[in-house]
Ligand binder design. Structure first.
Ligand SMILES: *Cc1c(COP(=O)(O)O)cnc(C)c1O
Length: 447
């Protein structure tokens, strides 16, 4: 696999380099130059396999020559040891629940695979790495869990002591082993600034610090796999399918675009956003304008005014967008609009849908999943296309108890993974926002 940078000013690299470096040296995002194409026959042969086997069979082709098959198989089965339910709403609508991983978020799919692939390459080269990450809640717990118990990698998570919920904090502090949690007496921005300063600090170069941020190609590739899986379970090739994806940074949706390029017969990709509507506006007008600051909506993991994966979407349709969001070459807008339908959903409609869905179908959804469902309804109303559709639920409803309760009056039961942490012992250290103290902490721990 050869990967290029979306800024087109960096040399092509292999998968290992793209995975370990994260961002290309010209500040662009890595994109695979070519991907395998799966024929109808190849897809049909996988139909009856369980999730980890389908994932492995796809990855061995996608990552051919980058990792030995035996290791890849072990990694894939270890990463995907949980269910991926497809819940029927009616005969042509299904919900794919991506909320059964250890942190009850779809981010587990990407983070667990990326972590294990990193471990594989580090071990092979006998290297060690420390991941530093600042979080306002959810990303930190998904990253911490993904790397938990792995060799050659430590994780240090910084979080604002008073700004995360009890449950979010416990997801980071009850792990221990190779995971350290640092409660900072400050705001999320202070945590972020301390981490950035550490990355830029020449005195700390020898500590081999890295970030596991969301733009890593190692997170994108695993997000292609569940589109294949749900297609295989619900359709027979070459029947078509529609996917509706609640989107913020558009990583999940990019996974769907790549799955389509690799052969899944996707009729339409519905990219549903909250009131941060810069992408639907761009698709209809060809004019791109970031939303600064981003709008605060209840589907808070999607409050993004400039999606980091947009440069990838534009690249795959023949355009060029730099890291600031400037477009120097417009993509093929006709093709883009042919493949993708994007729509914005208000908070009011989001909450109404959480309620309606429970009343009509007896199904719990949370605000992000509701944006996906409303987007599908908008698409069907606009096109009269009733092709079988899968809409993605990206978090467990129990992760948003207050919102779900205010919509329907009942709190959803938390899954086992969230219940377990209630009884576990917490381990954390406390620091203020003084960078020098943080620096001494890192040196004491890592030297
Ligand atoms: C991160 C996240 C999203 C948005 O995914 P992107 O890949 O950033 O578009 C949607 N829902 C939940 C619950 C998330 O955590």
């Amino acid at each position: 696999m050869k990967l290029y940078s979306t800024n087109l000013q960096a040399e092509e690299v292999n998968f290992e380099t793209a995975l370990i470096t994260g961002l290309a040296p010209d500040k662009g995002l890595f994109m695979p130059k070519t991907l395998p194409h799966f024929s109808g026959e190849e897809l049909a042969a996988l139909k009856d396999e369980p999730y980890p086997e389908i994932a492995f069979q796809l990855l061995r082709r996608i990552l051919e020559g980058e990792i030995d098959e035996e290791s890849l198989k072990a990694i894939t089965y270890d990463a995907y040891d949980y269910d991926v339910p497809l819940e029927e709403v009616n005969e042509n609508t299904y919900i794919m629940r991506l909320d059964r991983g250890p942190t009850a978020s779809f981010k587990d799919f990407a983070a667990r695979m990326m972590a294990r692939l990193m471990q594989y390459y580090l071990k092979k080269e006998n290297k060690e790495l420390t991941i530093l990450t600042a979080t306002s809640g959810d990303t930190g717990s998904a990253v911490a869990h993904a790397f938990y118990g792995l060799d050659n990698i430590r994780v240090i998570v910084l979080f604002p002591e008073t700004e995360v919920s009890d449950r979010q904090r416990k997801q980071m502090t009850t792990l221990d082993q190779n995971i350290s949690a640092l409660a900072i007496d400050g705001k999320f921005d202070d945590c972020q600034a301390m981490v950035k300063q550490a990355f830029a600090d020449a005195d700390l170069k020898h500590l081999n610090l890295s970030s596991a941020n969301s733009i890593n190609i190692g997170r994108l590739i695993p997000q292609t796999l569940y589109y294949f899986y749900s297609y295989l379970k619900l359709r027979d090739y070459p029947e078509e399918i529609v996917f509706s994806i609640p989107s913020g940074n558009f990583g999940n949706m990019m996974g769907c675009v790549l799955a389509k390029n690799m052969g899944v017969p996707i009729r339409k990709i519905v990219a549903s956003v909250n009131e941060n509507d810069e992408v639907p506006i761009f698709l209809t007008s060809g004019e791109y304008e970031k939303i600064v600051p981003s709008r605060n909506c209840i589907s808070n993991a999607m409050n993004v005014g400039h999606p980091s994966n947009l440069a990838r979407l534009i690249a795959i349709y023949g355009g060029v967008m730099d890291e600031q969001g400037n477009i120097s070459k417009l993509p093929d807008m006709e093709k883009l609009n042919g493949d993708i339908f994007s729509t914005s959903v208000t908070d009011e409609d989001t909450m109404a849908l959480v309620k309606q869905f429970y009343e009509e179908n007896n199904i719990f959804i949370e605000p992000h999943g509701a944006v996906g469902i409303k987007g599908l309804m908008d698409y069907r109303a606009a096109t009269n296309d009733n092709t079988l559709a899968v809409t993605l639920e990206t978090a467990h409803p129990a992760k948003f108890p207050a919102e779900v309760k205010s919509a329907i009056g009942i709190e959803p039961e938390p899954p086992q993974s969230l219940k377990e942490i209630e009884e576990k012992e917490e381990h954390m250290e406390f620091l203020d926002t003084d960078y020098e103290k943080f620096k001494s902490y890192l040196k004491e721990r890592l030297e």
